[in-house]
Design a binder for this molecule. Structure first.
Ligand SMILES: [Zn+2]
Length: 176
């Protein structure tokens, strides 16, 4: 048992994601496109920012508190189809997301990454997106990997409201 735990602790382990994994393939609608097309959904869609070419959304099934997704508005699978303006806006939003999260929840670090294709672990391979995952010293170590302890300490809606408040106060996102 102890050996097993030590092995698994090397990963950021998120047991609540099973709901997401079990839901894969059940819905044909891309949730990013759904959020793009339904601005009236309010807090239900967890959209933090809408910018001219992109959308920034709180991941409903986060790896860690404050896990954001940055995506172009267009339903495109990879960088080849993105325009220079879209790519520029996405990387500026990486910067702005880090700024907002740093003000809101003071992470010690970030993982920023992209997955291409299902074999890479991409849950939504058809709509390009960048993951921003806040990290804290020891955040994998305190997870009780042999239980179902949920480490997400702040509700998604509460965090969404906090990020929107910070955005208003600090004039985020800045795209210049
Ligand atoms: Zn889409």
């Amino acid at each position: 048992m102890e050996g097993n735990c030590r092995l698994r602790r090397e990963n950021l382990w998120a047991p609540w994601r099973i709901k997401y994994i079990q839901g894969l393939g059940k819905s044909s609608e891309c949730f990013i496109c759904h959020n793009v097309k339904n601005p009236q959904d309010g807090t239900g869609n967890l959209v933090v920012w809408r910018t001219p070419r992109c959308i920034v959304i709180l991941n409903r099934f986060p790896y860690n508190n404050g896990h954001l997704l940055i995506a172009p508005l267009r339903h495109i699978p990879d960088l080849d189809q993105a325009t220079g303006e879209e790519l520029m806006e996405m990387i500026l939003l990486v910067r702005e997301s880090q700024r907002a999260l740093s003000l809101a929840i003071k992470p010690h670090g970030f993982n920023v990454g992209m997955n291409f294709g299902r074999s890479s672990g991409a849950g939504l391979p058809d709509h390009l997106h960048i993951h921003i995952v806040p990290r804290w010293d020891g955040d994998t170590n305190f997870m009780k990997v042999c239980s179902d302890t949920n480490v997400i300490s702040q509700s998604l809606v509460e965090l969404l409201e906090q990020l929107k408040q910070i955005s208003r106060e600090h004039g985020l996102p800045r795209l210049d």
